[in-house]
Design a protein around this ligand. Structure first.
Ligand code: SF4
Length: 82
């Protein structure tokens, strides 16, 4: 699965312009079912836009892929605990 950069995400400015995933491609951030997105999570830890990215994903209920260093399940747990 690839990110559709023509959608709302593609129109973002600020943190998205610093997003490492925008430079390297979306594949590691949307792993095949059953695979752990270890590489994507490592990349996110070095991304200057990580916090804003996570806030965006939570605010927009992004269901798929790694955002802000958290997997889909980790974001679900974070929402439930909030
Ligand atoms: S935190 Fe990760 S998913 Fe978010 S913009 Fe940075 S590299 Fe991309």
């Amino acid at each position: 699965m690839a990110i559709d950069y023509s959608g709302p995400v593609g129109q973002l400015t600020g943190w998205w312009e610093r997003a490492l995933c925008a430079q390297i491609g979306s594949e590691p951030f949307f792993p095949e079912p059953g695979r752990t997105p270890v590489d994507a999570k490592k990349i996110c830890q070095s991304c200057e836009g990580r916090i804003e990215c996570l806030e965006y994903a939570l605010a927009n209920d992004e269901r798929y892929g790694v955002w802000g260093g958290l997997s889909e399940e980790e974001r679900r747990r974070l929402r439930r605990s909030a």
